[in-house]
Design a protein. Structure first.
Length: 317
């Protein structure tokens, strides 16, 4: 009973906080991307894929910026993230985003708070702002709000913490949302809203720090381990196994954790040909552990259908 009461209190507070108080900079188009659960739904990969896609279609002087969050970091001022920045300065999500957006014209911006990040982006001339972790704003609504669901388990544990992992009650999330996206490699769960946009999600190999690419066939023939610090490592394990790759051992730290010397020493004692990790975790790991290269998984999302729906809403380019 205490757990249910605490979950009800969380739900009440979270319902009121789904729309965040923000002053939207004049002349900007803001697209918010939020998830239904606390971590692991894929909202940041979707934000990166959308920023890349929109940047290739933006016409000068139009610019696309991804407003990241510097979780566990402490930027002293608003800044455009450089791929060479220290993870302690900008955070692992923002740094990984900047590295993954190399080759596009999109930039990543972080700041001590979201409002100053938005203001800085507008002052730098960016007109399309994709905000990672924002579902809705108030008093004015943003141009488009995208709710990200896991196609297989859209509502996580089905309740707010501590009884489950829902960020807020389902009805409050949907009321704040313009578009619902379901990420996954298979069929949608019957629990997904009927209007959900299915976005294929797949792994297309892995990349070493020196740029060397490993195909899925390469990985399937080798002894590989998995070293991650994410909310739902089981999702990555399942995706790898569906591709014919059985990672052993698996070292899973807490979400956003910084691997310690002890963690790295433990991994170095394992007999593997390579360590697999996510692009976000790769920014906190060395290029090799115990002689085995660290490979960032190449995670691809096809956002063409989302681009089309944003255009219909008038929020696309």
């Amino acid at each position: 009973m205490p757990i249910r009461a605490a979950a009800a209190l969380w739900a009440h507070i979270a319902s009121r906080g789904v729309a965040r108080p923000l002053c939207l900079p004049e002349g900007t188009r803001i697209i918010g991307i939020g998830s239904a659960v606390l971590g692991g739904a894929g909202k940041t990969p979707l934000a990166i894929a959308l920023a890349r896609s929109l940047s290739f279609r933006a016409q000068p002087p139009e610019g696309v910026a991804l407003i990241g969050h510097a979780y566990r970091a402490a930027p002293e001022r608003p800044r455009i993230v450089d791929p060479g920045d220290a993870v302690a300065l900008v955070g692992d999500d923002a740094l990984a985003s900047a590295r993954l957006l190399v080759g596009s014209t999109a930039s990543v911006i972080v700041a001590p708070d979201r409002q100053s990040a938005l203001d800085h982006a507008a002052a730098q001339g960016f007109r399309t702002l994709i905000v990672d972790g924002l579902l809705q704003a108030r008093p004015a609504r943003i141009a488009a709000s995208i709710l990200v669901l896991d196609a297989a388990a859209p509502w996580g544990g089905g309740a707010c913490p501590p009884a489950g992992d829902l960020r807020a009650p389902r009805e409050a999330l949907l009321a704040a949302t313009d578009l619902v996206v379901a990420l996954g490699a298979g069929d949608l769960s019957p629990q997904c809203p009927p209007n959900a946009i299915a976005i294929p999600s797949r792994i297309e190999g892995a990349v070493a720090a020196n740029g060397e690419r490993w195909s899925l066939a390469d990985l399937a023939r080798r002894r590989v381990g998995l070293f991650v610090a994410i909310a739902r490592p089981g999702r990555v394990e399942a995706a790898l196994r569906s591709a014919g790759i059985d990672p052993r051992p698996v070292i899973a730290l807490g979400d956003h954790a910084i691997p310690s010397a002890h963690d790295l020493a433990r991994a170095a004692r394992c007999e593997v040909d390579a360590w697999l990790t996510t692009a976000r975790c790769a920014v906190k790991l060395p290029a090799a552990i115990g002689g085995a290269p660290v490979l960032a998984l190449d995670h691809r999302l096809d956002v063409a259908s989302l681009d089309e729906r944003l255009s219909i809403l008038g929020a696309g380019l």
